[in-house]
Design a protein around this ligand. Structure first.
Ligand code: HEC
Length: 696
């Protein structure tokens, strides 16, 4: 007994010693957002506030595939680094491996499947000690690649891949699905969510587990419960068959020690009208704790009841430990698009800070039943405003009067206003608040959250439902208007193109191809008949044709008029700056430590206006060197902030905007920070480069 103890002790001392050495020479970024806890944290401190200004480009890698003519490719990938090898995804959506010290390519895939939106936020690494694999979402396919060669592992699924649409189909649904956030891994189990359409034709949003070796399905969790399952009574009877969405597109966190998967979900489709799904709608907009082995629900918390605002939980959860009343508590938290952080004890799901159910207005739309109450956390302190009033009109706007008049004629001034026929204001906008980049958490339980504050407006329109007969216009209204706008004008920041007289720009074959396969954020429309598609094309070119015997039945009685960012006459958000922020919150107390603007408009700064912050996509990385690295802004800069004060210490121009999260790692004793520069959103140019920085 005594001997074994002594032996164990000396072994653990040796292990500690070696892991100490190892840590100095090599430091991994082991998974999406830094690893299973998704905290974007590295304990590296070689780069710190004293030497940050000597940081230089260590290498760049041109990943290939950027469409710089149309500026419509992006890279949102948070690369991972395992033992000196960096794995990422190119602008052309191919997976690759690099020597993380030099940026030299080891392999790159050349996959050619016909599939949907392939913008990827990263890949996952798995090893059982004998073999190692890369799991990679290529549109609707989940691939298993040999980590050494990038060649698909033929014994996984069908010739190395699984078609994720299989098993999620339902009558009337389109086949649009994209695995854009990397899978989570527990032992030999891959836990898989997906992005599906946000329209009434969305696929099911079930969360599934597959075997990492064979690709066989292990379990399925129904996010819209079936008869007899918990939560079934929070929907209308047939909803599990006739609705989709409530999907996990934003990623999950894994508590490997406890065997718990924490999976957030988005709203049920369609986004803005729920008259056909009366009830709270569990497990849409929930944080769900699942047993990783069985897929059984342990607990859940719904952050928005009966969501009719597209208020999906926008980012993966964070797992960390806080101190409260002298006790250490392991917690899980999720961010909201409205600027809230919800914090729970990991095993019981008990809220760490009080959460209050507050009353909000009823819907004015016939058939809609908005929830009477919504949960509001009293702590942590919110990181954005929650409502837009006349006092919030931008001091910089030159057309203040006009904005005020429009505002007086809109529904505004509350966080949860059901959409009406009039303009209804979302503030923060439908993309947040927080967005998919998520939050970083450091070893002191301080959370760092990038966010944005840009008003968005939308409204509802009734669908003219004339059984058996539709027109090009009515088909457009039902299927396309919610994104491309009431008059096919597109949206104001150029992320959704206008479609008026579309044949002047693209050939009919291309038009049909885009409708059949989708593109970027646009879903596919496989459920429309050829006649219907041709009627829409004619309508866009100015001819409104009647289609008899139309197969398409309207599944919703109302459609939205789009996700329209509201800009002033000069193209800036109509709200008072800051339009983008970085906030530090002490998660032990829930109190803010600091908040600073994130990003700037060079032309405003030149006029002597203090930094306004900008719209942003992507997350931060925090290090024990007291630094926060973040790109994300539309000004195409990469910055470092002092994590203790929020002071901006360093900034550098990137070859294209870094709408992604940086990764921090070390190879052979040298620390690097790397960011994907894909641009292609918010009217900024596309690019294909990964840029790594290190001290000279
Ligand atoms: C969920 C939002 C959404 C819906 C619904 C939607 N689109 Fe799109 N659409 C987009 C986005 C975003 C793009 C830009 C995609 C890209 O290039 O990355 C786009 C691009 C297009 C393009 C290419 C235009 C060009 O100039 O290259 C066509 C054509 C198009 N959409 C037609 C339609 C039609 C027709 C419908 C209805 C049947 C429709 N879309 C429904 C979001 C949507």
């Amino acid at each position: 007994m005594k001997i074994t103890r002594a032996l164990l002790l000396s072994i653990s001392i040796l292990l500690l010693f070696f892991s100490g050495i190892n840590q100095n020479l090599f430091s991994d970024w082991s998974g999406y957002n830094g690893g299973d806890n998704r905290n974007h944290f590295s304990d590296q401190k070689q780069i710190n506030r004293e030497n940050i200004n000597s940081l230089k480009i260590a290498w760049t890698y041109a990943s290939g595939g950027a469409d710089t003519d149309r500026n419509n490719t992006q890279m949102q990938c948070n690369p991972i680094i395992i033992n000196g090898v960096l794995y990422g995804v190119s602008a052309g959506s191919q997976a690759f491996a690099l020597d993380a010290k030099t940026g030299k390519e080891i392999w790159k895939t050349n996959l050619k499947d016909e599939t949907f939106n392939m913008t990827s936020r990263g890949i996952s690494y798995w090893s059982d000690g004998r073999q190692s694999r890369i799991f990679f979402g290529f549109g609707a396919y989940l691939y298993a690649l040999d980590a050494k060669t990038g060649v698909p592992v033929s014994t996984f699924g069908k010739q190395g891949k699984i078609y994720l649409v299989d098993g999620l189909k339902r009558p009337g649904a389109d086949e649009y699905l994209a695995l854009n956030t990397p899978v989570s891994i527990y032992k030999n189990t891959l836990i898989v969510g997906s992005r599906v359409a946000e329209s009434a034709t969305a696929l099911l949003g079930d969360i599934r587990a597959f075997d990492a070796l064979s690709g066989k399905l292990i379990w399925t969790f129904h996010t819209i419960p079936h008869p007899g399952e918990y939560g079934y009574e929070t929907w209308e009877k047939e909803n599990y068959k006739n609705l989709g969405g409530a999907n996990n597109w934003m990623g999950m966190a894994v508590d490997a020690e406890r065997g718990i998967i924490f999976a957030p979900t988005g709203s049920a489709a369609f986004d803005f009208y729920g008259g056909n799904r009366k009830g709270d709608n569990l497990f849409a907009n929930c944080l769900i704790a699942l047993n990783a082995e069985t897929g059984k629900r342990i607990w859940h918390f719904q952050t928005v009841h009966h969501d009719i605002w597209d208020r999906d939980i926008p980012a993966p959860p964070n797992l960390f430990t806080i101190k409260k009343d002298g006790k250490a508590i392991d917690v899980v938290s999720v961010l909201s698009k409205q600027g809230f952080v919800f914090v729970f004890e990991r095993e019981s799901g008990k809220p760490v800070f009080p959460i209050q159910e507050r009353t909000y207005p009823a819907s004015l739309i016939p058939g809609e039943q908005a929830s009477h109450t919504q949960p509001i956390p009293l702590l942590p302190e919110p990181f954005t405003h929650q409502s837009f009033t006349e006092n919030d009109i931008s001091y910089l706007a030159e057309n203040k009067e006009e904005i005020r008049d429009t505002l007086r004629n809109s529904y505004t001034g509350q966080p949860f206003i059901p959409l009406g026929f009039k303009r209804t204001i979302f503030y923060p906008g439908t993309d947040g608040g927080a967005q998919w980049g998520g939050a970083a958490v450091d070893e002191n339980a301080v959370m760092y959250i990038p966010a944005k504050q840009n008003p968005v407006y939308s409204s509802l329109r009734p669908v003219i439902n004339n059984p058996g007969v539709s027109t090009g216009k009515s088909l457009y209204t039902q299927n396309c208007q919610t994104c491309h706008g009431e008059n096919a004008e597109g949206n104001e920041d150029g992320t959704i193109p206008g479609l008026q007289k579309v044949s002047k720009r693209i050939k009919p074959e291309r038009f049909y191809q885009i409708l059949n396969k989708g593109r970027g954020r646009m879903p596919s429309f496989t459920s429309l008949s050829e006649t219907e598609k041709s009627a829409i094309l004619k309508y866009l070119n100015g001819e409104n044709q009647v289609v008899k015997g139309a197969s398409m039945q309207s599944v919703s009685e109302y459609v939205g008029t789009g996700y329209n960012r509201w800009y002033d006459s000069k193209g800036y958000p109509v709200s008072n700056p800051p339009w983008g922020t970085l906030t530090a919150i002490n998660m032990n107390s829930g109190k803010h430590l600091w908040q600073v603007p994130l990003g700037e408009y060079p032309e405003l700064t030149a006029r002597g206006i203090p930094p306004t912050g900008t719209d942003n996509y992507g997350g931060p990385a925090v290090t024990s060197g007291d630094l926060i690295f973040i790109a994300a802004t539309k000004d195409e800069l990469f910055r470092a902030f002092d994590r203790n004060t929020g002071e901006m210490l360093w900034q550098v121009k990137l070859p294209a905007a870094g709408y992604a999260s940086p990764s921090v790692y070390a190879v052979d004793g040298k620390q690097y920070v790397v960011i994907a520069c894909g641009g292609g959103k918010l009217k900024t140019k596309s690019g294909d480069q990964y840029v790594a920085f290190a001290l000279p």
